[in-house]
Design a protein around this ligand. Sequence first.
Ligand code: NAD
Length: 353
Amino acid sequence: MSRTVLVTGGAGFIGSALVRHLIHCTDCRVVNVDALTYAGRLESLHEVAESPRYRFEHVDIQDTSALLRVFQDYSPAAVFHLAAESHVDRSIDGPLDFVRTNVVGTASLLAEARRYWSQLHEKEKRDFRILHVSTDEVYGSLGSTGHFTECSSYDPNSPYSASKAAADHFARVWHRVYGLPVLLTNCSNNFGPFQFPEKLIPHMILCALEGRELPVYGDGKNVRDWLYVEDHVRALLAVLEQGRVGETYIVGGDAERQNIQIVHAVCDLLDEFRPRGDGLSYRSQITYVEDRRAHDRRYAIDATKIHAELDWRPVESFESALRRTVQWYLESQWWWEPIRAGTCGGERLGVVA
Ligand code: NAD
């Protein structure tokens, strides 16, 4: 696809993986629209920053006049919308930032996208797409059986998931009321290189290396489905290129794991790659801490629709991808050390007093 695409949140974890993929594996011109919050890291884009097909726009998606200028300047054929406040524990500490970016910011982007799209010529208008990237957390908690599907009802249990749920509803409404060619994805937990170290896997890797306790919430038996970030990127491209406008696609890795199983797997890989000096396993650093308030027990994904309609399936196995991820953190101190010294020192977030 030789065309210009906007990626909002392209300096974040998934957004930067998408930008790298678009530059390395397609001939698209890519405009990264990002406000560079604590989670936005231009260092994650160092491989592509010099590409003549890459541009960065330091823009907050709540700023409609800046968005208007970006749409006018670049005339994109498509938008991948990933900009968000994304960390559940931070949403418990500061919910209004999540409402501002995830709800007001998404509605602002939809409004400016519509204004731009409505003025396009017939062919460009027919071909334009905007993909709203969301999470499986909007569906709330499952019991020990069952899976989320595109028909599951919304039942969010954190300020993060409530704000993403609201954004999803607005994205659908902009399609239903104004005809804007919107598609949606709801994906399970991602992991991989360049993930901000507040999230479970990098948090555990860095705490282990620093000789700190590995804090596991509650009994550690909360279950999530896990997907390697590059598989998610391939799913986003498949949905944008072949998905049916107005539809939602649930995306998952068919890799349900309890949190404690994830922490054990990380410890075992570190024991192999960088054994502790005293001969003990990193598992000896695990401690159970007070659970997160309203912590969803289990998420699981039935990804039949995207398998059947778009022939998308994860390429990576959970085990090989986790191995690569742990190796990447061991080799990439240049990326995480400044973060560790700055805004994310590994302290506990999201405790309700
Ligand atoms: P992230 O926190 O790593 O990155 C978010 C990016 O958005 C950052 O670069 C940040 O600077 C930018 N941003 C934040 N507020 C902004 C604003 N007001 N204007 C412009 N840019 C802003 O997030 P992520 O993990 O890469 O997630 C990306 C998207 O995917 C989010 O919408 C998230 O809800 C969704 N998602 C994430 C996961 C996951 O496991 N990480 C799973 C499913 C869906």
